[in-house]
Structures are given as C-alpha cells and as structure tokens.
Design a protein around this ligand. Structure first.
Ligand SMILES: NC(=O)C1=CN([C@@H]2O[C@H](COP(=O)(O)OP(=O)(O)OC[C@H]3O[C@@H](n4cnc5c(N)ncnc54)[C@H](OP(=O)(O)O)[C@@H]3O)[C@@H](O)[C@H]2O)C=CC1
Ligand SMILES: N[C@@H](CC(=O)OP(=O)(O)O)C(=O)O
Length: 370
C-alpha cells in the first residue's frame, strides 16, 4: 500500500481525462487505481483505448497504460475514495450522482451539477472557501459522498483576475468579455479541421450563458444562515455576487489556451488607476496560497507588460498551467478598465483545477483519512 488516496478517473480517455492521468503521474497524495469511460472503451487496456488519441506530450504512465478500462458504473470503483470526472456532459449528471450516493467524493469538470444549490463551484485560486459546503451537502441530502465541480474553462480564465479586482477595490458592477477558445476545449476529435483551419467560428453552444451565470456564484459568498436553520434541504448554500456579465464566445485555431478580452466597470465612484489595477493583479493572493500544495502555482496571476502578450503559444504553460496570464491593462472608454487574460483550458480550466481543489481539501481535512 502506498498510503496515497486511491482515485478513480471517469471519462479517463478524453481530453480532460488524459490530463488527469498525466497530472497525477507521481503525485504525492493521489494514486490512480481505476479508469472508466464509455462502453466503446470498456474491456480494453487504457493504452489500447487511447491508441491514436493520446494527446499529451508525455508518455502514458506505465501503470495506467496497463489498466483495464471499466464502464462508469459505481460498482467498478469500490476501491476508490475520490473520483475525478471528465465525463461527457450527456452522461455525467446521473453517473456522478450515483458515485456520490455510493459514498465517493466526486470532483467534476462537467456542467451538470454546477447550478446545484448545495454543490460548490470552485476555481481553486478564487473561492476555495466554498469547498467546506460539502459537509452541508452530505447532511442535507443525506448522502455519504459529495460532489464538487470546477468551472467552465473560459469563466476560469476571467474570474481569477476579477477576484483580484474585487478583493482590492470592492464590488464590480458590469463585465463584458469576448473569448477566443482553443479547439481542445471541444474535446477529441472536436471541431472538424475543415471548419477551424484558417477560420474563426463565432459560436460555442451554451458557453455564453455559462460564463454569465457561473461568475456570480464563484465571486459570491457562502450562506451560513441556511445551514444553521436546518431548512428544506434545497435552499442555496451560496449567495451570488450581483455583478452583471455579457459574453461573446468564439472558437479559434489554437490547440490549448483560452483567451478572454475583458472590460470591467467597478461599483465604486472613483475607479482605481491603471497602475493600481496592475499592482492588484501582481499582489493577489488566494485562500490556500500559504498551504504547501503539490500543484499550486507560485502566482495565481502572472502579469505581462509586453504589449503583444499574453499569447497562447508563449504563455499557456505559466505556473505549470495553473496560472492566469494577464496583459494589455488599459483604460476602457465605456467601462473603467480592460485587459486580456489567458489560461490553459485543460489544466487550470479543467483537470488542474480539480486536482488543486482536491489538494486543498486534503490539507483541510475534507477528504477523510488515506
Ligand atoms: N476540454 C476542456 O477544455 C474542458 C472540458 N470540460 C468538460 O469536461 C468534460 C470532458 O471534456 P473532454 O475531455 O474535453 O471531452 P472528450 O469528448 O474528449 O471526452 C469525453 C469522455 O467521456 C466518455 N464518455 C462519452 N460517452 C460516455 C458514456 N456513454 N458513458 C461513459 N463515458 C462516456 C468518453 O469515453 P470514450 O473515449 O470511451 O468515448 C471520454 O472519456 C465535459 O463535460 C466538458 O464539457 C470542462 C472544462 C474544460
Ligand atoms: N465549452 C468549452 C469546454 C467545456 O466543455 O465547457 P463546460 O465544461 O463548461 O461545458 C469549450 O468548448 O471550450
């Protein structure tokens, strides 16, 4: 026995699942002991199931390559305490619920449970305090396990700098964002090459609505009164931030890295100077920054002064993919300030957020004993 927490990965063969397998290779807290995917992959070794479709730049870890892929039935994951899910959203909801009901701790990338009033929606470098709500979820739903989700990947790139501004200067009133999203965000094989090469597709189904809604939950607080009142079990544990967000989302011919062009209006009468905004980004420290966590970035936000950056090709791996790079901080003639933010969509935007959330939860005693 390694003494590590035994982990299962659902959707292990997809873009997010592969990133989980890569990031957990040699991880000091977690050991992958089971992998699940669709009936198309079940029964094959992991290496056979991802043959021709492994898109990471490092080899498949040997122990995982030899594992037999299971279907995602909870009965196949009895050895696991923690489940990371990178499941297709068409199936993720019911499967994740079944795993939580079977006593597993589930950390999901999929959209299905993000709006649940008792499920934390957490970007680890923004609102890790929301993770503690899992205790309410267990108690009020009477389930032995729980579900935590991480955010939509473009929301993640935007909300980290927004949190730094909120923390330094108080509430934000309005935000306008245009995204330029990488093809890996659509899973594998994703958008046909005939549609994306030399092109921009100005529509990603459901994406704008997710950014506009998720930002308020992530930047909001935790409702402690509902927990104390012993209410009906479905009252929200979260208080949404009232910031209003308008988003336009596009798909661009980039492999990894979602870029967000963001304009912000503060709620205060006298907005901060551009120098103060840049300093707030540089000084930003998140809840959990002081913990010694294996995949924690040294800086949640990396600020670039180069007027031609951030660029996906140059900046996507900042902080081993767990930082957001912010540049082009300038005045906005309609709102107060505008800037460009970039994050790695399958690391901080997906598997990396799940992993960092799990590391924080382990350090805070929310994963039980190994
Ligand atoms: N890619 C990204 O940047 C981000 C993705 N997400 C979300 O993460 C999730 C995974 O995304 P991604 O990895 O890109 O998607 P992929 O399409 O690359 O992978 C989907 C995974 O789901 C499995 N799957 C599909 N159908 C079933 C089924 N009926 N039963 C069990 N498993 C099934 C697939 O298995 P098989 O290989 O056998 O078909 C595969 O492992 C999605 O919900 C997505 O919205 C969230 C943030 C960012
Ligand atoms: N829709 C995003 C990725 C994604 O799957 O997002 P979500 O997990 O919010 O459905 C993209 O295409 O880049």
């Amino acid at each position: 026995m390694s003494g590590k927490i035994r982990v299962g990965v659902l959707g292990a063969t997809g873009m997010v699942g592969q990133r989980f397998i890569q990031l957990m290779d040699g991880h000091p807290y977690f050991e992958v002991v089971a992998v699940g995917a669709s009936p198309r992959s079940a029964g094959k070794t992991y290496a056979e199931a991802v043959a021709g479709a492994w898109k990471m730049t490092t080899p498949i870890p040997a122990a995982v390559a030899a594992m037999i892929v299971a279907t995602c039935d909870a009965a196949h994951f009895v050895d696991c305490r923690l489940i990371f899910s990178g499941l297709d959203a068409s199936v993720a909801g019911a499967i994740e619920t079944a795993h939580a009901a079977a006593g597993r701790y589930v950390i999901s990338n999929s959209k299905n449970h993000r709006r649940d009033p008792l499920v934390p929606l957490v970007v680890p470098t923004v609102n890790a305090a929301h993770l503690a709500v899992v205790a309410q979820q267990q108690q009020r739903r009477a389930t032995p396990g729980w579900i935590v989700t991480n955010a939509n990947c473009s929301t993640t790139a935007m909300v980290v700098p927004l949190k730094a501004l909120q923390a330094a200067f108080g509430p934000l009133r309005r935000v306008m964002v245009t995204t330029l999203q990488a093809i890996s965000g659509g899973g594998y094989p994703g958008v046909p090459s005939m549609d994306i090469l030399g092109n921009v597709v100005p529509y990603i189904s459901g994406e704008e609505e997710k950014i506009e809604w998720e930002t308020g939950k992530i930047l909001g607080g935790v409702e402690t009164a509902a927990a104390a009142a012993g209410d009906d079990g479905d009252a929200s544990a979260f208080v949404h931030d009232p910031v209003r967000v308008s988003a336009t989302c596009t798909r661009v011919p980039v492999v990894d890295g979602h870029t967000c062009c963001v304009s912000v209006e503060f709620a205060c009468d006298t907005p901060p100077s551009l120098a103060a905004v840049a300093q707030a980004f540089r000084d930003y420290r998140f809840d959990g920054q002081d913990l010694a966590l294996p995949t924690k970035p040294q800086h949640a936000i990396v600020v670039t002064d180069d007027p031609a950056r951030p660029q996906p090709r140059l900046d996507v791996d900042a902080g081993n993919g767990q930082s957001v790079t912010v540049g082009r901080i300038r005045e906005c003639s309609l709102f107060h300030v505008k800037f460009v933010a970039l994050c790695h969509n399958t690391i901080l935007g997906a598997a990396g957020s799940s992993l960092l959330n799990a590391e924080i939860m382990k350090e805070r005693g929310l994963l039980g004993r190994a």
